[in-house]
Design a protein around this ligand. Sequence first.
Ligand SMILES: [Zn+2]
Length: 352
Amino acid sequence: MLKPWLSPSFADFSTACLQGRLPGSVIIAGSSGSGCMELALECARFYLCEHQEGGRPCGSCASCRSFAAGAHPDFIMLRSSLKEEADAGLDLVTNPALALSDPELQVTDSGNRRSVRIDSIRKLIDWIGLSPAYGRGKACIINDAHTMPEGAANSILKSFEEPPPHTLIIMTAKSLESLLPTIISRAYKITLKEASLNVAEGYLGGMGFSGRASMVGLALARQDPDKAVQLLQEGIDKKAQRIISLLCTAVQGGADGELIDELAALAPAIQVMILGELVRELLKYKAGFALATLPLLDEQSAALLVRLPAEHLFTALSSLDQFAVSASYIPPRAPLALLRAWVQALAKGGHK
Ligand SMILES: [Zn+2]
């Protein structure tokens, strides 16, 4: 079942395909977690389906059954890899289920050295040259195409601009701008947008998370539904709420040991995520946003923490954003030092 926020893009693709308007090359651009690979797989499954009834893959023809079994002879996916992985053949994936379940296949973050290698592109070009086993044609995906070095991009350019008949080549990338202009010029382009808050909350609700948990998870994940699911499964929403509650206690009572311990037990990236969202919500609260739209805060915490001066919060936010950008290395004590400074600032400010 395609995730709800991918359905409109898939419907546009399948309509173009059925009306014969689809060029053989497609680019799906979207940020990490927007579902590029999932959509690419569904487009490939549809393209290869023998019936395509109602603009969806039928699920029962020989092609759909092979696809579901992870052994479709006319489908292949190229992934970004390290040299040793490519040498071991891990750069080519034929099983779509495996593609979706392997986190290392998701769009690469900065700090990840994997790339779509020129040797892999050569293997793909050979594969494209083979005749299809079934009648419909062939479909392949180049995942994380933005990691292709220029040499690899130039090697695939001719095939991508004019694929052989009945061949679909899909590239996924973090953005259209991350690809060479010659690559994007003739392709059918899909740019994925973030799921709207309503759609994302409905999706999380359907997975059994409460409305409150869903709101906290989505706020921490900056509205990325799949990341929110992961955070909720790890209980990060509860840890965030616990940290804010301990922060309020520390501000009122002065002792901050338990608060610091609780924060220190989390990975630095999670510390930055929680404190970053807390600062954003406090700034919004100061700007007059309703508490109902600020899931990390409640009346008590908002009233206590809003006393942090806005300049202080802006400075904190800019350091936290900086940590988040260079996520591969966050000084381990930095978020803790920030939190300690808050407690001291608030305690000094006087309280009931
Ligand atoms: Zn089918």
